[in-house]
Design a protein around this ligand. Structure first.
Ligand code: T4K
Length: 373
C-alpha cells in the first residue's frame, strides 16, 4: 500500500452496483419514488426479519428516528441521557422541548451507568435515553428496573448496535423504542437512513403517520408530524446490502481480532473486549490511551495523521461541553467523571470490512512505535 494513501476511520460498505441497478429498474418502471413505495415496504419486512424484531419503521436518518420516537411518547420535562455520544442524541431531546440531564457512564461499556441514572431522577424526569455506545449493550435489565420503579419511558439510541444481541435475543427489543442509524459510516447503510423499532402494530401506525406529516388520510392531520420518509433509492441500497451483512461483520471481526493481537501488551493502551455471546458487530475499534502511556491521546492522533491514518476521538468533546449545552443545569465534569476521563482517552482506530491485514499491521506498527519507543 503506498504510504501517501489516506486511511480513514471508516469506509462505507457498498453493495454490488448491479444489484442496486436491478432494483432501480423497477423504480424507473413504476415511477413510485417515495411515500412508502414497494422497496421501502420490502426493506421494512426484510430488516425486521434479519434483526429479529416484529415492528420496524424506516425513516430518512437516525436523528429523525430519535426525534419521532420521542414525539410518539408525548414526553415532557427531563430526560436522563449520556454526555458520551454523538450530539444528535441530545439534539433530538432539545428539538422536542425536552431537557437533557447528563448522567455518567460505565468505564468498560461506555454506556449509561444505572447507578448514575438513578441519582439523576427528579420529579420532572419522564424518560431515559441511553446509547448502546460503539455497539456495546447497555445494562438493559438494570435500566428497565429503574424505569419500572420510577414509571419512566426508555428510548434506546441503538445507532451503533445494528444486529447486536443481548442475552435473550435481539438487543433492539428492549425499552419502549430502539432507534437505528443507517448513515454511510454505519455497519449497515442506506447512504442516509434509519429505523425505529417499536413494540406493537398500533405504535408503528402512529410512527408511520408522524413520519408522513401526521397524515391519517388525505383530509386528516392528527399530529404535529414531519417529513422523515425513506425514498425508494435509499431502500434499494439497503435491500442490495442486506444479503452481504453476515460477511461484512465477519470481515470486521477479522480486523478487530488482528488489532487485539497486534496491540496486546502495548504499555498504557487499553483494548476493547467483545463478548461473542452477544453477536458483536465490530462497528468501532475504541482504544484508550491512559496517563501511563508514553504519549497522550492527542500525541497519538497526530502521529497517526502524519502517517496518513485518520483516527477519530469519538466522543470528544462531550455533548455538554458544546457551547449550546454548556448552560444546561447538569453540565459539568463533576457530574460525569468517568465520561470526562473517557472523552480525554478514547481513540477510534480505522475499522471497516475491506481494511486489509497489511494496513492494520501498519497502523499497529505506528501505535507500537509511538507508545512503546
Ligand atoms: N446517535 C448516535 C449515537 C450516533 O452516533 C449518530 C450518528 C446518530 C444518533 C445520528 O444518526 P444519523 O442522523 O447520522 O443517521 C459521523 C456520522 O455522520 C454520524 O452519522 C455518526 N453518528 C457519527 C458517530 O459519525 P462524522 O462527523 O465523524 O462523519 P465524517 O463525515 O467525518 O465521516 C467519518 C469518516 O467516514 C470520514 O473520515 C471518511 C468516511 N466517510 C464518511 C462519509 C460520510 C466515507 O468514506 N464516505 C462517506 O460518505 O460523523
Amino acid at each position: 500500500m503506498p504510504p501517501e494513501q489516506t486511511i480513514y476511520v471508516t469506509r462505507p460498505h457498498l453493495p454490488p452496483l448491479a444489484e442496486v441497478a436491478k432494483l432501480l429498474e423497477g423504480v424507473w418502471e413504476r415511477r413510485i419514488l417515495t411515500n412508502g413505495g414497494p422497496l421501502h415496504q420490502q426493506l421494512e419486512e426484510e430488516l425486521a426479519a434479519y434483526l429479529g424484531v416484529k415492528h420496524l419503521a424506516l425513516v430518512a436518518n437516525g436523528t429523525l428516528a430519535l426525534l419521532i420516537a420521542l414525539k410518539a411518547l408525548r414526553l415532557q420535562g427531563e430526560v436522563i441521557t449520556t454526555p458520551f455520544s454523538f450530539v444528535a442524541t441530545s439534539e433530538a431531546l432539545s428539538w422536542n422541548g425536552l431537557e437533557p440531564v447528563f448522567a455518567d457512564i460505565d468505564p468498560h461499556t461506555y454506556c449509561l451507568d444505572p447507578a448514575s441514572i438513578e441519582a439523576c431522577i427528579t420529579p420532572r424526569t419522564t424518560a431515559i435515553l441511553p446509547v448502546h455506545c460503539y455497539g456495546f449493550p447497555c445494562d438493559v435489565e438494570a435500566i428497565q428496573r429503574i424505569a419500572d420503579d420510577y414509571n419512566l419511558k426508555v428510548i434506546y439510541d441503538a445507532a451503533h448496535a445494528f444486529g447486536v444481541d443481548c442475552h435473550c435475543g435481539s438487543l433492539l427489543q428492549h425499552g419502549d423504542f430502539s432507534v437505528l442509524s443507517f448513515h454511510a459510516t454505519k455497519v449497515f447503510n442506506t447512504f442516509e437512513g434509519g429505523a425505529i423499532i417499536c413494540p406493537d402494530a398500533r405504535t408503528k401506525k402512529r410512527i408511520d403517520r408522524l413520519k408522513n406529516f401526521g397524515f391519517v388520510d388525505e383530509l386528516t392531520v392528527a399530529a404535529n408530524g414531519i417529513n422523515a420518509k425513506m425514498s425508494e433509492l435509499h431502500a434499494a441500497v439497503g435491500l442490495a446490502q442486506l444479503p452481504g451483512m453476515e460477511q461484512s461483520v465477519t470481515e470486521r471481526r477479522r480486523v478487530a481480532e488482528l488489532y487485539l493481537r497486534e496491540l496486546a501488551g502495548v504499555p498504557g493502551l487499553i483494548l476493547p473486549s467483545y463478548d461473542q455471546a452477544l453477536r458483536p458487530n465490530y462497528a468501532y475499534m475504541p482504544v484508550r490511551v491512559t496517563p501511563e502511556a508514553a504519549v497522550n491521546r492527542e500525541g497519538l492522533v497526530e502521529q497517526l495523521r502524519s502517517h496518513g491514518v485518520v483516527s477519530r476521538r469519538y466522543f470528544h468533546p462531550l455533548i455538554p461541553e458544546f457551547q449550546y449545552y454548556r448552560s444546561n443545569s447538569s453540565a459539568g465534569p463533576a457530574r460525569y467523571p468517568v465520561a470526562t476521563k473517557a472523552s480525554a482517552e478514547v481513540l477510534c482506530l480505522p475499522i471497516y470490512p475491506d481494511l486489509a491485514d497489511a494496513t492494520v499491521q501498519r497502523i499497529c506498527g505506528i501505535v507500537r512505535t509511538v507508545l512503546d519507543p
